[in-house]
Design a protein around this ligand. Structure first.
Ligand SMILES: Cc1cc2nc3c(=O)[nH]c(=O)nc-3n(C[C@H](O)[C@H](O)[C@H](O)COP(=O)(O)OP(=O)(O)OC[C@H]3O[C@@H](n4cnc5c(N)ncnc54)[C@H](O)[C@@H]3O)c2cc1C
Length: 490
């Protein structure tokens, strides 16, 4: 199902149908009377760490959710998470790990009868180690707080995503998040050196590795990264920091032929010798939308080009970094790859360029009910993909609008599809068009956010039967009673 980007907690358009189907799916059934279970939970955590009824505020609910889960547990430590899971395991009580609730596939939503385990109180940052460039973060630490902590000490937290103010390290590990600087620094898999998880039966697995190289057997943490809380609950992570860049060079670029976008990417990768941090694309429809609905976000280049790019590189010496950036642009001009470009003169201009990419989402609602999709595919197929999807969407929904943008350097496109109406049939048709074209290209229905419940139906469109069977084997081995985030992913 399409994921509604930029609308925290639930769908605009797709939310009601999604939530209704969510409620009708059966989770693992608890075997202990709720009152007895809650009593035991309060005894383990303290009464103030167990919320029920009206005390469960909107913070812990999906946007349109009216029925509350049984309780929200707020443990402070790994030992307390273990205590909660031991109780859940004994009682066969379904439990949903929850971080900042910024994921848009309903992966952290707790249904009636389930308990939410929120990491809200697990916010310690410890063991900062400048020599080895590592620190340890509690699962509930918010990305922006961690970025600021690292920045104050002269380091960079290399994973950055638009939801930084609210997304947590535990949620980011559980979804293998990666957004704006993946080209240079990778996703959470690259940033997480070590992890601590609590298994469904309460066993604590401490794999708090601090080295870049550790090949003593399979890398246990990778099983949990990207598993969306279905295999274990992340309680802490050792993160790899990078040197803080001395400066950033940022450019806004217009290009009229897609093949030149690919050539430009290769040219910048070669000429900037690994310093390229972002290579973001916006189709002409996105540019037109910004000009029409976002007068506060004036694009720096003329309208009417086919593609707009936001290109950024970092480095350790601003003068020579800038010279190298300029040289790459001179080469691109000489090869006639670029129609127009502007290089940000200061931090204010840089922020204005990024705002076009990051803040226009607040206005998508002007298009009416819309779905957001995030998909990935080989970069060379992207233009073909965009054309096919738009053609099919226009044929199915004559009043529809589709905007395309994304992290092209990572092969990741975002689509905003406003079909001009709202119904379960419209949702299904739009999903089938967008994901059907992904499937035809051997792409992925989820580049970000994971699968949750909203993309479950389409998992087999991106994964082979053998891959899905292996996922089930992991699930059975690690959570035989099926209490961890039941009904999600598989
Ligand atoms: C404006 C906006 C921009 C975004 N940009 C990006 C982007 O660029 N790249 C990207 O990858 N994503 C992006 N996202 C999606 C989202 O922010 C990420 O998926 C993020 O990693 C979710 O973190 P969270 O703490 O909010 O987790 P939640 O939404 O609370 O949970 C997400 C999943 O992780 C599980 N989970 C949470 N905490 C734990 C834990 N401690 N242990 C085990 N499982 C856990 C939940 O059960 C759920 O399945 C964006 C979202 C928004 C709203």
């Amino acid at each position: 199902m399409g994921t509604p980007h930029f609308t925290r907690r639930g769908a605009v358009g797709s939310g009601v149908a999604a939530w209704t189907s969510l409620l009708t799916q059966s989770a693992a059934a608890a075997e202990t009377a709720p009152e007895d279970f809650l009593k035991a939970l309060r005894a383990a955590l303290g009464a103030d760490a167990v919320l029920t009824g009206d005390a469960i505020t909107q913070r812990y609910l999906a946007r349109r959710q009216t029925e509350r889960p049984l309780a929200v547990a707020l443990p402070k430590s790994t030992a307390e998470v273990s205590a909660v899971l031991k109780l859940c395991h004994a009682a066969k009580q379904p439990v949903v790990p929850q971080g900042g609730m910024t994921g848009l596939v309903d992966g952290a939503v707790g249904r009636p009868g389930e308990i939410i385990l929120s990491t809200d109180r697990m916010t310690e940052i410890a063991d900062f180690d400048a020599d080895n460039r590592t620190l340890t973060a509690g699962a509930g630490v918010r990305l922006q707080a961690l970025q600021e902590y690292a920045n104050e000490r002269g380091f960079l937290m290399p994973v950055d995503i638009g939801s930084r103010a609210t997304a947590t390290i535990g949620g980011m590990a559980a979804t293998n998040a990666g957004g704006l600087q993946v080209v240079r620094y990778g996703m959470m898999r690259e940033a997480v050196l070590g992890i601590e998880v609590v298994l469904a039966d309460g066993t604590v697995v401490s794999s708090m590795n601090r080295m870049i190289k550790n090949n003593a057997g399979p890398d246990v943490k990778q099983v949990f990264i990207g598993s969306e809380g279905t295999l274990g609950i992340v309680t802490r992570a050792v993160l790899r920091l990078r040197p803080k860049p001395a400066g950033m060079a940022t450019a806004y670029v217009a290009i009229d032929r897609f093949e030149n976008v690919l050539k430009l990417l290769r040219l910048f990768e070669a000429q900037l010798a690994g310093a390229l941090t972002s290579f973001e694309i916006m189709w002409d429809d996105y540019d037109a939308f910004v000009r029409k609905y976002c007068p506060h976000l004036p694009p720096p280049l003329k309208a009417g080009h086919k593609f707009y790019l936001l290109i950024e590189a970092d480095g350790g010496d601003p003068a020579s970094d800038r010279a190298r950036f300029d040289k790459a642009f001179a080469a691109a001009k000489a090869q006639n790859l670029i129609a127009e470009f502007a290089i940000a003169r200061d931090a204010e201009e840089r922020a204005a360029y990024w705002a076009i990419r990051e803040q226009a989402g607040a206005q998508f609602i002007e298009l009416g009910p819309f779905f957001g999709y995030d998909v990935s595919m080989p970069i060379s197929d992207m233009e073909r993909y965009g054309l096919r999807v738009k053609k099919e969407l226009s044929a199915a929904f004559p009043k529809s609008t589709t905007l395309v943008m994304g992290h092209i350097g990572d092969g990741n496109l975002h689509l905003i599809v406003a079909p001009g109406g709202r119904s379960p049939e419209i949702t299904r048709k739009a999903n089938e068009i967008v994901y059907g074209a992904v499937r035809a290209l051997g792409g992925s229905v989820s580049a970000e956010h994971g699968v949750g419940t909203l993309k479950k139906e389409y998992l087999a469109w991106s994964r082979t039967p053998e891959e899905i069977a292996l996922m089930r084997t992991f699930k059975r081995a690690l959570d035989p009673a099926g209490i961890l985030n039941p009904g999600k992913v598989l």
